[in-house]
Design a protein around this ligand. Structure first.
Ligand code: OFO
Length: 162
């Protein structure tokens, strides 16, 4: 059985994950509008991953005899100044999510809720990857600055993500 406090906190995280999905889908649409289909496809894959994150929490809450409660998802941005600005925003968002996961872990530890801490350990590792992949792309986009050919090559590579 999950505590009420933990259930509420995990429900808030479901909303964060669904917002992540929404944000990346908005970024995908923006990349489409910039004629960068590879980046758009990468963002769509990322959106699907975020939905998986939300569902992991959703299923876990129910396994522990809790109840997932869905709230409104805030509106994501619509325009970014450049591909670099979009990925810098994505990186900043992932750093925010890492902070959320750390707070959840602190709560699970304080409540001696080992089952939730076990689930959150998966998210802790995932956040290391999430930040690293956004940061890698930020660095590549910085290297490609003012070189349209490099940006197009990068777009092609990004489209390979499955
Ligand atoms: Fe991007 O890791 Fe979930 O939100």
């Amino acid at each position: 059985m999950i505590s009420e406090k933990m259930e509420k906190a995990l429900n808030e995280q479901i909303n964060e994950e669904l917002y992540s999905a929404y944000l990346y889908l908005a970024m995908s649409a923006w990349f489409e509008s910039q004629n960068l289909p590879g980046f758009a496809a990468w963002m769509k894959v990322q959106m699907r991953e975020e939905n998986v994150h939300a569902l992991k929490l959703f299923d876990f809450i129910h396994e522990r005899r809790g109840r997932a409660v869905l709230k409104a998802i805030k509106e994501p941005g619509k325009d970014w100044k450049s591909p670099l600005a979009a990925f810098e925003a994505a990186l900043e968002h992932e750093q925010h999510i890492t902070g959320c996961i750390n707070k959840l872990m602190n709560l699970a530890v304080a409540e001696k809720d080992h089952a939730t801490a076990g689930l959150l350990q998966w998210f802790v590792k995932e956040q290391v990857e999430e930040e690293a992949s956004a940061d890698r792309i930020v660095q590549m986009l910085k290297m490609a600055a003012n070189a349209p050919g490099a940006l197009l090559m990068l777009d092609h590579a990004m489209g390979e993500r499955k």
